[in-house]
Design a protein around this ligand. Structure first.
Ligand code: DX5
Ligand code: ZN
Length: 215
């Protein structure tokens, strides 16, 4: 049964309380919160005050995906705002090991995200330190894009490595996940599915989450 992490990027920002009520009543496991800075990615989403307010509306773990440069500057602030998991991008972190240790020292689960062009192998020397590897299955910055098929090869390779090393690292996938491709993504080895459009643009999001849990 996969972990389901709805991405609130696709939610109705004018009705965030209703969206939280829906997620709380659903089988969703985590809240996936996409933070963009307009520099690392060509888009700006939302940040600390919005996350801190959302925190009041839910007890489910907050899975915060930082698509920002210099994430180390803000890690403590995201902890304060309510992040349970903090994921930084490999491509944004010249001192990735330090970022990972900082996140763990702050008491959060540590994740590293990789863009579609980044091989999973670059994480081999930090893999044992990671709680989550987030494989981007679209180019980060926008919801509603198409899943990149080559991602499946990356998921398989990483899953093999994690199993070989007997690690508990969670493989999370993000971007373009639909009810149609979720089975093959889980089959390839993903443990957690981020889904924005598929859930929030559906007529019955709770049912979609329920069906994704059955994959
Ligand atoms: C993209 C974000 C994703 C996005 C996924 O940069 O990291 O979390 O919201 O949205 P969908 O599921 O619509 O591709
Ligand atoms: Zn994301």
């Amino acid at each position: 049964m996969p972990i389901i992490a709805p991405s609130l990027l696709a939610s109705n920002f004018l009705r965030l309380q209703d969206e939280c009520d829906m997620l709380n009543a659903s089988e969703a496991d985590w809240y996936h919160l996409d933070v963009m800075d307009g520099r690392f990615v060509p888009n700006i989403s939302f940040g600390l005050p919005v996350i801190a307010k959302l925190r009041e509306a839910s007890q489910k773990p907050f899975d915060v995906h930082l698509m920002i440069e210099e994430p180390g500057k803000y890690a403590a602030d995201f902890k304060l705002a309510g992040a349970d998991h903090l994921t930084v991008h490999y491509e944004a972190c010249p001192h990735l090991h330090r970022n990972i240790q900082q996140i763990k020292n702050l008491g959060m689960k540590a994740g590293v995200a990789i863009n579609p062009h980044t091989p999973v192998q670059v994480l081999q020397d930090v893999l044992a330190d990671l709680d989550i590897v987030l494989i981007m299955t679209v180019n980060p910055g926008f919801g509603g894009q198409d899943f990149i098929p080559h991602s499946l090869v990356k998921i398989q390779a990483l899953r093999q490595r994690i199993d070989q090393l007997k690690l508990n690292t969670i493989i999370e996938v993000d971007g373009g996940i639909t009810e149609a491709n979720a089975p093959v993504v889980v089959q390839a080895g993903a443990h957690a599915l981020v889904t924005g459009t598929t859930i929030f643009k559906a007529a019955d999001p709770i049912q979609v989450i329920h069906r994704l849990k059955q994959v």
